[in-house]
Every structure is written in structure tokens, then in C-alpha cells.
Design a protein around this ligand. Structure first.
Ligand code: T5A
Length: 231
């Protein structure tokens, strides 16, 4: 594959969206964007930011069903149904967005990918990990990230950041954010277990610092890899 896939993972309010934007800015400022552009086929972006769920038109509809508590009028979705919806979003995303861009050389910055399903549906909900891995395999066609940045922080700190964004407790736009604290602690354990199992792919970033400090940690991880990928 010509391109590279960098994934940002973590619990609620870890700062993934913030960091992916800062990373894109840094790539432009430091000259990497121009360098990557020399590797990319015409009409494709050197750097693409995308996300799961919701990185495609189909995915935007699935995202609304999954996260908006008002979409179904009911906060509870059956665990297996939820798992299959995330898998459907991923299958479409991989087939129609990730693979075509990687084949043309783009560097993709993806907000969440397969490890989120293992952490949230596996460790958080307690669904069968082998089944999740099989579904991930089908949905991704075997595509793994080249690097996964796991933004790790205390559950309470992440949740308080999301509450600051929505200070009114009556405004609950994200179904996942409404779960009890133990759910979030279990999924953090899930990310920890994954980082231990795949140390070559997953790098833990201490996300409890300021956004600027977290960005510096990410740049330090990425700089040597970019030199290797785009000599
Ligand atoms: N999900 C997803 C599954 O259950 N299974 C799956 O397979 C997949 C793919 C996605 C939800 O779906 C679940 C996980 C999620 O619950 P989402 O809206 O994409 O929903 O939710 P998140 O990915 O959690 O997005 P958030 O926006 O809530 O969190 P981010 O992106 O990690 O955080 P960000 O950057 O938006 O920052 C949150 C707030 O904190 C501030 C920001 O300004 C913002 O207000 N902030 C900081 N404050 C202090 N210090 C820092 N370092 C800060 N960085 C950011």
C-alpha cells in the first residue's frame, strides 16, 4: 500500500479530534505535507482526516442512529445490533474511503478504528472478543493501521471535558457519554490490554496534559516514522 493509516483512539473526551487537527497543522508547517504530496497520485489529498463512525455518507446515517439518543426515541440499542452497525459503518468506510486513498498514497488520520470496537463493545459491553475480531477482519478486509495513537487519561478527566462542552446535563447528544463510570473504566482497561498486546502498532500518549503538550508527544512519535515512510 502506497499510503499510511494513522489512527487516534481513546475514551470519551480524550482529545482525539483536537489532536488530529493539530497534527494536520503541524504536518503543513513542518514541510511534511509538501513532501507527502510528492508521493500521492494526482487528484488525491496528501493528508485526509476521517472518522468512525461517520466517515462516509452511509456512515453519517449510521452514526446518527448509533449516537443520537433522540434518533430512535430510545437510549438502548441491543448490543449485537450496535456491534453490527459499527461493523457496517467500517466496511463502507474501508471500501469506499480508506483503501482508495491508501492505494493512491494519501496519509490518513482516522478518528477511531477497530480498537474502539474491541474496547467499547468488547471490554465495555462484554461482547465476545473473538466475534468482534472476526467482524473487524471482515469489515476491514484485513487493513490494519500503520500507527495507532492511544490518547490515555483518567476517565473522570475525559468525561469532565465532554461535560464542559455540554454544560447543561439535560443536553445529552451522545449516547455513549451517558453510560456509567464503570463502563468507561472497563473500556480504558481494554485499550491498555490492546497496547500491551500490540506494542509495535499502538503507542500510548499521556493525554492529561495541555493540548499543546500532547501535540508535542505525538510529533515526537511521528517524526522518525515520517522519515522512514517518506525518505
Ligand atoms: N464507538 C466508536 C464504539 O462504541 N465502537 C466503535 O467501534 C467506534 C468506532 C463516537 C462514539 O462511538 C463509540 C465511541 C464514542 O463514544 P464521537 O462523537 O466520535 O462518538 O465521540 P468521541 O470520539 O469520544 O469524540 P469526542 O469529541 O467526545 O472526544 P475527542 O475527539 O476525543 O475529544 P475532543 O478533541 O473533541 O475534545 C473534547 C473536549 O475537550 C477539550 C476540547 O476543547 C473539547 O471541548 N480538550 C481539552 N481540554 C483540556 N486539555 C486538553 N489536552 C484537551 N484536548 C481537548
Amino acid at each position: 500500500m502506497l499510503g499510511k493509516l494513522i489512527v487516534c483512539e481513546g475514551g470519551e473526551g480524550a482529545g482525539k479530534t483536537t489532536q488530529l487537527k493539530l497534527l494536520q497543522d503541524w504536518l503543513a508547517r513542518s514541510g511534511w505535507l509538501a513532501r507527502i504530496n510528492t508521493y500521492v497520485q494526482a487528484d488525491y489529498p496528501p493528508v485526509l482526516i476521517t472518522r468512525e463512525p461517520g466517515g462516509t455518507v452511509l456512515g453519517q446515517g449510521i452514526r446518527k442512529l448509533l449516537l443520537d439518543v433522540t434518533a430512535t426515541g430510545d437510549e438502548s440499542i441491543d448490543g449485537q445490533a450496535e456491534l453490527l452497525l459499527f461493523a457496517a459503518d467500517r466496511a463502507e468506510h474501508v471500501a469506499s474511503c480508506l483503501l482508495p486513498h491508501l492505494q493512491q498514497g494519501s496519509l490518513i488520520l482516522c478518528d477511531r478504528y477497530t480498537d474502539s470496537t474491541i474496547a467499547y463493545q468488547g471490554y465495555g459491553r462484554g461482547l465476545d472478543l473473538k466475534l468482534i475480531q472476526q467482524l473487524n477482519q471482515i469489515a476491514t478486509q484485513g487493513l490494519e493501521s500503520d500507527l495507532t495513537l492511544w490518547l490515555d487519561l483518567e476517565v473522570e478527566v475525559g468525561l469532565s471535558r465532554t461535560r464542559q462542552r455540554h454544560p447543561d446535563p439535560e443536553i445529552r447528544v451522545d449516547r455513549m457519554e451517558t453510560h456509567e463510570i464503570l463502563f468507561h473504566q472497563r473500556l480504558r482497561e481494554g485499550f491498555k490490554a490492546l497496547a500491551q498486546e500490540y506494542p509495535d502498532r499502538i503507542v500510548r500518549i499521556d493525554a492529561e496534559h495541555s493540548a499543546a503538550e500532547v501535540a508535542l508527544q505525538i510529533q515526537a512519535v511521528l517524526a522518525p516514522l515520517l522519515k522512514e515512510w517518506y525518505p
